[in-house]
Write a protein that binds this ligand. Sequence first.
Ligand SMILES: Nc1ncnc2c1ncn2[C@@H]1O[C@H](COP(=O)(O)OP(=O)(O)OP(=O)(O)O)[C@@H](O)[C@H]1O
Ligand SMILES: [Mg+2]
Length: 266
Amino acid sequence: MNAPRQILPVTLTKVSLRRGKKMVLKEIDCRFDAVPARTLIIGPNGAGKSLLLRVCHGIVAPDLGQVRWAGETDPRALARSQGMVFQRPVLLRRSTRGNIDLALKIHGLDAAQRRRRVAEALERTGLSRLAGTPARALSFGEQQRLALARAMALRPRVLFLDEPTANLDPAAAHLVEEIVRDMSEAGVKIIMTSHDLNQARRLAQEVIFLHRGRIKERAPADRFFAGPKNDLARAFLNGELLWWRRRSVYDGVGGKSADEMGIDRP
Ligand SMILES: Nc1ncnc2c1ncn2[C@@H]1O[C@H](COP(=O)(O)OP(=O)(O)OP(=O)(O)O)[C@@H](O)[C@H]1O
Ligand SMILES: [Mg+2]
C-alpha cells in the first residue's frame, strides 16, 4: 500500500480577513504540524475561530497573507485530504445514508467501498437506525453527528471541527470525543474549536487562544490550563472576559488597563 501523502504542515503567513468594515482576522502567523495531534482553538464569541478554520480549510480566501500546505500542491488532492465539520451542519436533501454515500462517490469510491464505509461511519456515530431518514428531518444533534460521520468516512489526513458537540447531549458528546481521540491516535490531525472548557481540557494537546482576530497565546494544553500567560486568556478561563461590555473591556480586566492587556480598540 502507498504511504498516505503528508500534507502538513499548513502554514499561515500574515493572514488577515475583512468582513464588512472590520478586520476579523489580523495578521495571523501560525503553523500546524502533525504533532501534537489535537489542537484546540478557544476564545470568546466572535473572536474569529470559525473564520480561521474556514481560511485554513481553504473555503475562505484571506484578504491579505497566505495559507500554504506542504507536500501537496494539487488543490483537488488537497481537498480530498482534509475535511471540515461546520458549526452549522450543511446537509443535502437526501437520506442520512445518502449524504455520506454521495460524498464518497464524489471522491471516486466504488459502490462496494462506499457501502462498507457508510455502514461503518453510521455505526460509529450511532446513526445506523436513522440511515433511511431524510437528513433534514434529523434533530440538530443527529445532524451534527451525521456531518461528523460524513467527514470521517472520507478518511481525511486533517480534520477541522467547529464546535462539533455544541448541540449534543452528554452521551453523544462523549461519543464524539471518543471518535476525535481515536482518529487523532490513528494519525489524523485534529484542529477544533470548543466553548466547553472541560472538553478542551480533556481533548487538547495544545491550545490556541484567539481574541478579536488575533492569536494571543499558543501553548501546550497542560501549561495553558495550569495558568495562561496572557491576561485575556486568564480572564477568559475564569469567565471574566465580558468583552461585549465595551466599557469593561476598554477599562481592562483584573486591574490592568486595556493597553497593558493588548486589547485592540476599534
Ligand atoms: N459578513 C460579515 N459582516 C460583518 N461581520 C462579520 C461577517 N461575517 C463574520 N463577521 C464577524 O466576524 C467575527 C468572527 O466570526 P466567527 O464566526 O469566526 O467567530 P467565532 O469565534 O467562531 O464565534 P462563535 O464562538 O460565536 O462561534 C464576528 O464578530 C462576526 O460578527
Ligand atoms: Mg464559531
